[in-house]
Design a protein. Structure first.
Length: 264
């Protein structure tokens, strides 16, 4: 039996460099799993579009496709654009079987990468003192994602024994400026921002610029195409692919991964 095609779907950006993270994920996954058909697609701006990739797979005779949203803040429910993509694909190709996996979500393993990125940023900025943290993300995500993001902030705070506030870039919650001011109201003066973004898109740059304007000593780079992201993509794909098999069983929920955070 041929494995379903895996299509990682990112939002896209007017900055072509943002697309390189998705392309790098495709290259790495193709090397890890050469027997799989792995593709990257975008909802906007960058080529190829998700519709173009689906058209190509249909023309190549692929029968089953798993769409994996590259979203870090949604844990269970994808945003409306992904739902619309799935409905459109099923309408255009009724003979093909499509399924949409859970988004990557704010998994605990990604805090390891966040630590690595922040340590590198602090080293480059030659920061020797730190007394506050901000966990900055693109949005609050779905209900479960928002709760998990808040939990990750608490876990990060406990791990480093520093206060940590969350911030988002889309006005669905406190901005990075508000988070920094909140920490300053607690007497904190040396505040670093950990970027819980997959890529350096427009939202990341806006949050980074705002953080520095409000006195952040360091802002980490995004998560990027890390091994942890690759593992999560494969996990989401594997569980979603089970939906394409009819065993007559009830749907099995995917367990949350519990991995340790590397110490700073």
């Amino acid at each position: 039996m041929t494995a379903p095609a895996l299509v990682m779907v990112a939002r896209g950006s007017s900055d072509p460099m943002v697309a390189q993270v998705t392309h790098q994920l495709v290259r790495c996954l193709s090397q890890m799993r050469p027997e799989m058909s792995v593709h990257g697609a975008f909802l906007q701006s960058n080529p190829p579009s998700a519709s173009q990739v689906i058209d190509q797979l249909a023309a190549a005779g692929v029968n089953e496709v798993v769409l994996v949203p590259l979203e870090l803040t949604h844990a269970i429910e994808s945003d409306s654009a992904m739902i619309e993509l799935l409905h459109r694909a099923r309408t255009n190709y009724p003979d093909l079987r499509f399924t949409l996996s859970r988004p990557i979500g704010p998994e605990l393993s990604l805090l390891t990468v966040l630590d690595q990125r922040l340590r590198s940023s602090l080293s480059q900025a030659r920061c020797l003192e730190l007394d506050g943290l901000v966990l900055s993300a693109s949005c609050t995500g779905d209900v479960r994602g928002s709760a998990l993001l808040a939990r990750r902030a608490r876990q990060w705070s406990t791990h480093h024994r520093l206060p940590c506030l969350t911030a988002v870039a889309d006005d669905s919650g406190p901005s990075v400026a508000q988070a920094i001011m909140g920490l300053r109201a607690q007497g904190r003066r040396h505040i670093a921002v950990g970027s819980f973004f997959l890529t350096a898109d427009e939202a990341f740059h806006a949050q980074s610029d705002l953080a520095y304007r409000f006195g952040a000593v360091s802002v980490s780079e995004p998560i990027g195409a890390s091994r942890e992201v690759l593992d999560l993509v494969l996990a989401r794909y594997a569980f979603a692919a089970m939906d394409l098999l009819d065993f007559g069983f009830d749907e099995v929920a995917e367990p949350e991964r519990h991995l340790s955070v590397v110490g700073a």
